[in-house]
Design a protein around this ligand. Structure first.
Ligand SMILES: [Zn+2]
Length: 285
C-alpha cells in the first residue's frame, strides 16, 4: 500500500509538473520528469493530450473532458445519461477508483492508442519514436511489475501485492482529481449554441469548475504535489507547485474583490463528503 501511495506521489509531484513544464527551467529535465509516468506503466504521450490539452482547456465540459468520463458506470455530470444503478454509485465508487490504475495501464492507454482518440478528440499523430517509446515502456513495465515478481515470489503473492499496490494508488489518484472538479459546488457548463462556445471567459470558467481542499495541511500539500491547490494550478499550470500556497492568498483576495467564486474545502473530509453527495445527487436526479 505504501508503494501505491508513493507511486501516486511521484505522479503528483514529479510527472505532473514535468508534463506541464513546471518541474524545472530545463526542458530536458521536464521531459525526464514526465517520463516517470512511463516508468510506472502509463503513457506520457496519452497523458499530454488527455490532461494538458483537453482537461486543462475544457475542464468539466461533458463530451470533451475525459476526466469526467467513466463509461456508463458513473454519472459524474448532469448531461450524462442516468441509469437505475447510479442510485448506488456513491457506494460502489470505491472499488472502481481502486481499479483506476490497473485500467489506465492495461486498458485505457491502449484504447487511446488504437482508436487514435481521447474520448472524441483526435490524438496528435504519433511519430516512429513515439510508437517505440510507447511499446518499449509498456513491455519494460510488464517485465518489471508482473513477470519478474511472479518469477521471484510466485503468482498468488504477486497478485495480492499487486492488487494492494494498484488499488491504493488508484484510490488516491482518483480522489485528488475528483475532489478538484467533481463536487457539489463546482459546475458543469454547457457550450452556448450555435457558436458552441462557453459563455464564461477562460479563467472564470476555471474558477467555476475547480476547487481546493485542505490547503492548510502541510502533509497533504507535500504528498499530492500541491494538487490540493487546484485553483492555482488551473490558473497557472506552468508555475511550479511549490509556489501555490503563496499565490493562493493573492488569488483568493482577487476573487473576493471582483466577485467571482473561489471554491474551497477546509479539509479532505468535507471535500470527500461533498464529492459523495454530488455522486448521490447525480444518481437520483
Ligand atoms: Zn495539470
Amino acid at each position: 500500500m505504501l508503494f501505491g501511495l508513493l507511486t501516486a506521489a511521484i505522479g503528483f509531484n514529479v510527472m505532473h509538473d514535468g508534463a506541464h513544464g513546471s518541474f524545472s527551467k530545463e526542458p530536458k529535465l521536464n521531459m525526464l520528469a514526465a517520463f516517470t509516468l512511463d516508468f510506472l506503466g502509463a503513457s506520457s504521450f496519452m497523458w499530454n493530450t488527455k490532461h494538458n490539452v483537453i482537461h486543462h482547456a475544457y475542464t468539466n465540459i461533458e463530451g470533451v473532458d475525459d476526466d469526467i468520463e467513466a463509461g456508463i458506470l458513473l454519472r459524474m455530470a448532469p448531461q450524462q445519461k442516468r441509469y437505475g444503478f447510479h442510485k448506488y454509485q456513491y457506494l460502489y465508487v470505491w472499488p472502481l477508483y481502486g481499479l483506476l490504475y490497473i485500467a489506465w495501464v492495461f486498458y485505457t492507454d491502449y484504447k487511446k492508442y488504437f482508436s487514435s482518440k481521447v474520448g472524441n478528440v483526435p490524438l496528435k499523430k504519433l511519430s516512429v519514436t513515439d510508437h517505440f517509446i510507447f511499446w518499449s515502456f509498456k513491455a519494460f513495465h510488464f517485465i518489471l511489475y508482473v513477470v519478474l515478481p511472479i518469477y521471484t515470489v510466485g503468482f498468488w503473492p504477486w497478485l495480492i501485492g499487486f492488487l494492494f499496490y494498484t488499488s491504493s494508488s488508484g484510490i488516491i489518484l482518483s480522489l485528488v482529481f475528483q475532489l478538484a472538479h467533481v463536487i457539489e459546488e463546482t459546475s458543469f457548463p454547457d457550450p452556448v449554441q450555435p457558436a458552441n462556445k462557453i459563455e464564461d471567459e477562460w479563467a472564470i470558467h476555471q474558477l467555476k469548475t475547480t476547487a481546493n481542499f485542505a490547503t492548510k495541511n502541510k502533509f497533504i500539500t507535500w504528498w499530492v504535489g500541491g494538487l490540493n491547490f487546484q485553483i492555482e494550478h488551473h490558473l497557472f499550470p506552468r508555475v511550479s507547485h511549490v509556489h501555490y500556497p503563496a499565490i493562493s492568498n493573492i488569488i483568493k483576495q482577487t476573487c473576493a474583490d471582483i466577485g467571482v467564486p473561489y471554491i474551497e474545502h477546509v479539509d479532505m473530509r468535507s471535500a470527500i463528503t461533498s464529492h459523495l453527495s454530488h455522486l448521490k445527487r447525480m444518481g437520483e436526479q
